[in-house]
Each structure stands twice: as C-alpha cells, then as structure tokens.
Design a protein around this ligand. Structure first.
Ligand SMILES: *[C@@H]1O[C@H](CO)[C@@H](O)[C@H](O)[C@H]1NC(C)=O
Ligand SMILES: *[C@@H]1O[C@H](CO)[C@@H](O)[C@H](O)[C@H]1NC(C)=O
Ligand SMILES: *[C@@H]1O[C@H](CO)[C@@H](O)[C@H](O)[C@H]1NC(C)=O
Length: 350
C-alpha cells in the first residue's frame, strides 16, 4: 500500500471512530453535571461511579436517558440495589460519602433523583435544584444532609414524591410547600424541623401520604377545613413532635385515611367522636398525649377495620368500649384488652 493511500485509510478509520463516539456521547451539560457529581463523592463502596468513564453517560451505571432526546432523565443510585440479571440477582448493600454538587442543575431533563440510603451524603440540598423543573421524584432519604430545604425546591411543581426522611435537616417547613400541587407522597420524618406545620399543606389536593413524625414541630395539627381537600389521603403521621391543642373535628372529613398516628405529642381535649367517620382506619395511635377524656368515644365501634390501637399514657381511664372485643382484625392494642372472637392461629395480642 502506498503511503498516501495508507494515510487516507487511517483518516477514514479515525473519522468513523469519531463518528461512533460522537453518536454515543451524551449531552455536554449532562456529562459535566454527572462528572461534577462524581467529583463531589469521595467514597463509593459499590464502585458504580468508577465505571463513569468516557462520554457515553447514558450507559453509565445508575443513569437513564430519554432515547429520543438522549438527555439524562434519571439518576438512580440507591445504597441497596440488585445487580446482575433476574436469574442470578446479586443484592448489594453499599454506601457513598460526599455531597451533592450544585452542578446537578445542569441535568435539566432530570425527572428522578434517587440517592436513598447511601448513608454518607452530607452537606446541603443545593439551592440550584430549583432549576430542575421536570423533577417528579426526589429521594434523599437516610443520609446525613444537614441544610434547610432550599426555597427553590418549592417551585418544582411537577414533584410527586419528596422523600427527605432520616437526615439532619433543619429550619421550618416553608408555607411554599403548598405550591407543590402534584405532590402525592411527602416524607420529612426523623429530621430536626422546627416551627409549625404549614397551613398550606392542607391545600395539596393530590396528597396521599404525609410523614412528619420525629421532628421538633410545635403548634396545632393542620387539617383541611372542607371534606374535598384531601380526597386521596391514606397516611397521616405526626407522632414524636411537640404538637399542642386539640384534634380538630375536621379529622372526620378524612374518610379515606387508613393510618393516623399522633402519639408522643402534647395534645389535649377529647378524642373527637367524628373519628368514627373514618371507616377504613386500620391504624390509630394516640398514645402518650394529654387527652383528657375518661373513655374513648363509642363511635370507635364503627372502625371495624382497626388492627392497631394505641391509647395508653393518656388520661383515658375507662374501659375500652366492649364492641372492640369483636373486631376481627384488631391484633395490637397497648392496654389490657380481652377479645371475645377467636384469634386466627399464630396471632398474639400484646
Ligand atoms: C422523550 O422525550 C420526548 C421529547 O421531549 C417526549 O415526547 C417523550 O415522551 C420522552 N419519552 C419518554 C419515554 O419519556
Ligand atoms: C433517623 O435518622 C438517622 C440518620 O439521620 C438514622 O441513623 C436513624 O436510624 C433514624 N431513626 C429511625 C427511627 O429511623
Ligand atoms: C397535661 O394537662 C395538665 C392539666 O390537665 C397540665 O397541667 C399539664 O401541663 C399537661 N401536660 C402537658 C405535657 O401538656
């Protein structure tokens, strides 16, 4: 082969290679955003980030792209995950340490950020997160993040799931949370949030799950003032705070509720008899408050789906209504209680 032919041949090959790698390169903003994210993590026991090399970030572990736009839509790097295929799944339990780079905001098509149970994420939720207008799910649970929630997060009106539980978050929960009109699941439990429960939370019509337990929240329980406001509510968990005041009668509007826990607060007054409206209630925990009634209201006899009932450490002295002894599913009661129906095998009363 003549030398000029050989050079031609080499040039052709290298053009082809450039072409292939250009096709495979992801968007430069996504690439920079992910490389900066990687630089912010100084330890990764799973070694997933060590495979983040080259330009083809859509094929990196934990990254998904939209096949039309080739933009990154998902970062999925939980601490516990399954690797390998369906036939030989490998259950991995790993940790990452470091903090979330503000460059995350370069990944403008992101819909999901899931960094749950990495245990070692510290620092802040970057203020720049407010740029990610397509974000539907933000899961940073079980880490060591210690900032406030940036106000910009409450402009992410596509969010359906916000899970920040088990961190060291501080500050008040902003009234702007009411702007999250697509939110279905809110997990803020086990942090150091202070101040009151924002009233605007009652205006999030799409909400089904509210976990605010184990914080330092004060003031009164906020509930919708009309029956149509939380039409999908299933779980309301406010236990282990410093809440005061009474349970509003509007609790009776929450007819779709299956779990209500308000234990370990400083609530007073009676247990409202309109609780009896919540026919689907399975879990009711009101123990360790300052409720002043002698007896539970007899309307509780309508709650035939109850399986867990905690009422101890209040001023409730009277016996439980007799009807409870015939509840089929009632398995876990925190005060002496005698059942008259036969328990299924293997079920023990506490
Ligand atoms: C990918 O992006 C295009 C253009 O934005 C959009 O129409 C399409 O629904 C997206 N595909 C998926 C699977 O999200
Ligand atoms: C609360 O969160 C911390 C991490 O911040 C975690 O270590 C602890 O186990 C959590 N507690 C519960 C009850 O989940
Ligand atoms: C409980 O109520 C009594 C009065 O009924 C009051 O003296 C006491 O301070 C209250 N305790 C709490 C923790 O709110």
């Amino acid at each position: 082969m003549a030398s000029h032919q050989f050079i031609c041949f080499l040039a052709m090959i290298s053009l082809m290679i450039i072409n292939i790698s250009a096709n495979k390169a992801c968007h430069p903003d996504d690439l920079k955003g992910l490389n900066d994210f990687k630089a912010g993590i100084h330890s990764d026991t799973s070694s997933r980030l060590s495979k983040w090399i080259g330009q083809d970030c859509c094929n990196w572990p934990g990254i998904s792209c939209n096949s039309t736009t080739n933009r990154v839509v998902k970062i999925y790097l939980p601490g516990h995950y399954v690797s390998g295929d369906d036939e030989s799944p490998n259950f991995v339990s790993s940790t990452m340490s470091g903090s979330i780079s503000p460059s995350i905001s370069l990944l403008t098509s992101l819909q999901v950020i899931d960094l749950n149970k990495l245990v070692g994420l510290t620092g802040q939720i970057p203020e720049s997160i407010g740029v990610l207008k397509n974000l539907k799910e933000l899961n940073l649970q079980t880490n060591q993040i210690s900032s406030t929630i940036p106000e910009s997060l409450f402009t992410l009106t596509s969010l359906t799931t916000l899970n920040l539980e088990n961190n060291h978050l501080i500050g008040e929960i902003s009234e702007n949370i009411g702007n999250l009109q697509a939110l279905q699941k809110l997990f803020l439990s086990n942090n150091s949030f202070t101040g009151k429960i924002p009233v605007s939370i009652t205006k999030i019509y799409s909400i089904s799950t509210i976990h605010l337990e184990t914080n330092q929240l004060v003031g009164e329980i906020q509930l919708p003032l009309s029956p149509a406001q939380w039409p999908l509510i299933k779980t309301l968990a406010l236990d282990n705070n410093k809440l005061t005041g009474v349970i509003p009668d509007s609790i009776g509007y929450l007819t779709t509720l299956s779990s209500l826990s308000i234990s370990n607060n400083q609530l007073t007054g009676p247990i409202p008899s309109c609780l009896g409206n919540i026919k689907q209630l399975q879990i009711l925990k009101v123990n360790n408050n300052n409720f002043s009634v002698e007896m539970l209201p007899t309307s509780i006899c309508g709650l035939t789906e109850l399986s867990v009932l905690y009422v101890a450490q209040n001023k409730i002295h009277g016996p439980l209504p007799g009807c409870l002894s015939s509840f089929k599913y009632l398995l876990d009661v925190d005060i002496p209680f005698k059942r008259t129906v036969t328990l299924p095998m293997g079920v023990h009363k506490q």
